[in-house]
Ligand binder design. Structure first.
Ligand code: ARG
Length: 645
């Protein structure tokens, strides 16, 4: 669904088109949001609108030759001698209607004020109609499948900041693709193969403890790995033993594979419970190990294309003419490399899932790796008939590396954040301390949480049709006592970490800071959760006096704060699209900051309690739509919106 703003833009465009003779679609394209509130809600720069259509043509490839010819021939009804005069003239001729209240000239700008109550009415209607679907576009990607490769940690190695970033960014990409109607397949491509797993097996036989393995697999395997690496540095026979062990793995020897499989499965189980805390799940846990059987086939394909070169017994692909060096694909001892396995995995995924798009969510340090991978696949998939047979698109073009910058100094109290669990526990701890600082709040949370009933969070019109999403939200309605506080602290703590990251351009590096991200006044996850929860508080507080009424009349919402809030809410669907187009959670996050500030302002001014019933009901309904929008936005970012905090 498109947002209601389109209706208002169309009203402007159709009149401007009549007055200037420019096509309506062109007028629509040049409508902007003015930089200041005083200028109204929309603006058009008149000279831009009248500018030679050729300029627009270069950007818009879709305009056909015939069309652009007719645009060039076209003469505006007025010869714009003086743009300022002409702008004034247009403003005078512009007629207010049910959508547009007035049009004023400012230099060569036309500024428009829309009909406020009409906007509020349309926004409320749409949100009531669509609820948790508000801001989704199910038709957009219908029938298309996107495969997203993200998180993908390495067994027995640190889960570093880059993995965290890939995890939350990948989860956002999954959700926003689903909001746009795509089918998503989420793949966790574990680093679970290679010589280091031979080393790990040798290490486990030396210092492993079954008990510790079962208790805390990720930590224990890392510990064993670090110790055996140290010994291997001093004693080369360990390396030889490890190589033999890995060779056995590659040969499919069950005596070594059983232990390896156990390491892998225990690690996955632990990751799963951590991902669950982050509200993330995967469709498939695959890994480099699974490409093993396809490696000979990949080598054959490369050879058949004439891509293989030999040097010192190893095989490489010469990509010098693309400035991508010469990646080795097979070592002299016959073992495969990271890139060889990625080639195999990509081909296998295309065959199995026939995706329309595949995203690799991995740090910028692997940019060259993915450029090489994509280039090799492009060459492998090209056919001699490409020129004639253009409709057969090369599927290498469907691959994208979604890369991101570095998070510096991410550390927990125990030291460098090597373990995701430590990071999540730390954020929970930090948050719990903050909650406990406010004795009153803490008591409230401990006592009050279980008083919340279903009716306050779901709509009265659909009491029996609680959808899965609402049910999930209700799971967040913790029991009571200390457990409630811990649960809230966990969710808010995670929100703080995620929003801190999402508030920036994904490509930029930044320094990790607990203090900054836990601030409830700044633009943080804490602030967003609070903006959401307080609207529910309002509902409960006022419940005795007013009930949520979907047919409350918006005509009572005359205050500027009410309009501002509705206007913000109206911008949500476009924001989702923009965030999607640029694969930038930052766009949605900043929108939610603005929405939260607008909510604060509105809550301060627009009292519900003690107002006459009409006014109270319409304000309550407006707050309900604001809460719904905030909730939809938080969920899209992967967070669980809190009903109380
Ligand atoms: N395991 C890799 C790492 O930790 C990331 C894997 C990314 N996905 C891929 N298909 N290469 O660096």
């Amino acid at each position: 669904s498109n947002g209601v703003l389109m209706n208002f833009k169309k009203a402007i465009a159709s009149q401007l088109s009549q007055l200037t003779g420019e096509p309506e679609t062109k007028a629509l394209e040049y409508i902007e949001l003015p930089p200041k509130k005083e200028f109204g809600q929309f603006a058009v720069i008149v000279p831009k609108l009248l500018a030679n259509s050729r300029r627009g043509q270069r950007k818009k490839r879709k305009i056909t030759k015939e069309k652009s010819a007719s645009l060039e021939q076209h003469q505006p009804p007025y010869e714009p001698k003086n743009p300022t005069e002409y702008t004034k003239e247009l403003a005078e001729k512009f007629q207010p209607d049910t959508f547009i209240a007035d049009c004023t000239p400012l230099g060569t700008y036309l500024n428009f004020n829309i009909q406020r109550i009409e906007l509020i009415r349309q926004v409320l209607d749409q949100v009531i109609r669509e609820q948790t679907s508000y801001g989704t576009f199910p038709k957009y990607g219908e029938g298309r499948t996107v495969l997203i490769d993200f998180s993908s940690p390495n067994i027995a190695k640190p889960f570093h900041a880059g993995h965290l970033k890939s995890t939350i960014l990948g989860s956002f990409l999954k959700r926003i693709h689903e909001a746009l109607g795509y089918k998503t397949i989420c793949v966790n491509y574990l680093g679970d193969w290679g010589k280091q797993y031979g080393l790990l097996a040798v290490g486990f036989n030396k210092f492993g403890s079954r008990e510790q393995l079962l208790q805390n697999p990720v930590y224990h395997l890392y510990d064993v790995y670090v110790r055996i690496c140290k010994e291997a540095g001093e004693d080369n026979s360990i390396n030889e033993e490890a190589n033999q062990c890995f060779k056995k793995m590659e040969d499919g020897d069950e005596s070594v594979l059983t232990l390896w499989r156990e390491f892998r499965e225990l690690s996955i189980t632990e990751y799963q419970s951590l991902y669950k805390r982050l509200n993330i799940s995967f469709d498939i846990y695959s890994g480099e190990s699974e490409t093993h059987k396809d490696i000979p086939k990949v080598i054959d394909l490369l050879r058949a294309k004439g891509l293989l070169q030999q040097k010192d017994g190893s095989l490489y692909v010469d990509l010098e003419k693309y400035n991508l060096g010469s990646p080795v694909v097979k070592r002299h001892d016959e073992t495969s490399l990271y890139i060889t396995r990625d080639i195999a995995a990509a081909i296998d995924r295309k065959q199995k899932y026939n995706f329309d798009k595949m995203l690799y969510v991995v740090g910028v340090s692997q940019q060259v790796h993915f450029q090489r991978l994509f280039k090799i696949l492009e060459i492998l998939n090209s056919t001699e008939y490409d020129d004639i047979n253009k409709q057969q698109e090369n599927w290498a073009n469907q691959l994208q590396h979604i890369h991101f910058g570095i998070i510096n100094g991410m550390s927990t109290r125990k030291g460098t954040a090597v373990f995701l669990k430590d990071l999540l526990d730390n954020s929970q701890q930090h948050m719990l301390e903050i909650i406990k600082e406010n004795e009153k709040k803490y008591q409230e949370i401990k006592e009050g949480a279980n008083r919340m009933s279903l009716s306050s969070s779901s709509s009265p019109a659909t009491p029996s049709s609680i959808d899965q999403q609402q049910q999930e939200d209700l799971d967040v309605l913790f029991p009571s006592g200390e457990a409630a506080a811990v649960k809230i602290a966990d969710i808010v703590g995670i929100s703080a970490v995620v929003i801190e990251d999402f508030s920036r351009d994904r490509q930029l590096d930044y320094d990790f800071s607990w203090k900054r991200m836990m601030d409830s006044h700044g633009n943080t996850g804490v602030f967003l959760q609070y903006a959401h929860a307080r609207l529910n508080g309002q509902v409960i507080e006022e419940k005795a006096d007013v009930k949520l009424n979907f047919s409350a009349d918006p005509k009572f919402l005359k205050d500027p704060e009410a309009f501002e809030l509705a206007f913000q809410i109206a911008q949500y669907p476009d924001t989702v699209l923009k965030s999607f187009d640029e694969s930038q959670p930052r766009i949605l996050t900043h929108y939610l900051f603005t929405l939260a500030h607008t909510i604060s302002q509105a809550v301060r001014i627009l009292r519900v309690k003690g107002m006459n019933q009409d006014l109270a009901e319409s304000r309550l309904l407006l707050f309900w739509t604001a809460k719904l929008t905030m909730g939809n936005g938080l969920r899209l970012l992967g967070l669980k919106p809190l009903e109380k905090m």
